[in-house]
Design a protein around this ligand. Structure first.
Ligand SMILES: [Zn+2]
Length: 180
């Protein structure tokens, strides 16, 4: 299958306001640092439509059920995108969805619905308040689900493999124009 480039990007919901936990937030538990938040959280009503931010291919779609004791991803989708000129590959991640409309291997176009914000505190949303966790990943792809936090000593990911999602989308220039 020929890989489609992402010429433009849009935000994953109609009104994108990262009013929850911000990108890069250092989380503490009882005064002790334990992790860095790798995405942006938007508090949204359950049922809010979530869209693919650009043309790409779904590389991960699954349900990671949560419980009252242990929160999880709920439904999560990861899409692979490619910059048309730089040929760089990056990934967009959408979590705590109520459902995945797409499967691994599916091609998606910019603005295509891929799911919706899940109900609060059910296994399908990972057992959290209703919100979207949205992230941009530029690191290597290993075919496994990605974490939402980087924890000190964690070998699964590195903080430098993540970008501030709202900045990344605002600054994205996928035009084919060459620099003069
Ligand atoms: Zn989050």
């Amino acid at each position: 299958m020929a890989e489609v480039s992402a010429k433009r990007l849009r935000f994953p919901v109609e009104s994108y306001v990262p009013d929850g936990i911000v990108f890069g937030k250092r989380a503490e538990h009882q005064g002790i640092f334990w992790g860095v938040h790798l995405g942006e959280d938007c508090n949204l009503p359950a049922g809010t439509d979530v869209y693919a931010i650009g043309d790409g291919t779904v590389v991960y779609a699954a349900l990671h059920e949560g419980t009252a004791e242990k929160g999880n991803w709920g439904h999560i989708i990861i899409i692979r995108h490619r910059h048309p000129r730089l040929k760089k590959v990056f990934y967009s991640l959408y979590a705590h969805l109520g459902k995945c409309f797409k499967n691994i291997g599916d091609a998606v176009v910019c603005g295509e619905p891929i799911g919706f914000v899940g109900e609060a505190y059910v296994p399908e949303n990972g057992f959290w308040p209703a919100h979207l966790h949205f992230a941009i990943y530029i690191g290597p792809w290993k075919g496994e689900v990605l974490p939402g936090y980087w924890k000190e000593g964690d070998k699964r990911t590195r903080p430098e493999w993540w970008r501030c999602p709202s900045e990344f989308i605002r600054e994205y220039d996928g035009s084919e124009k060459k620099k003069a």
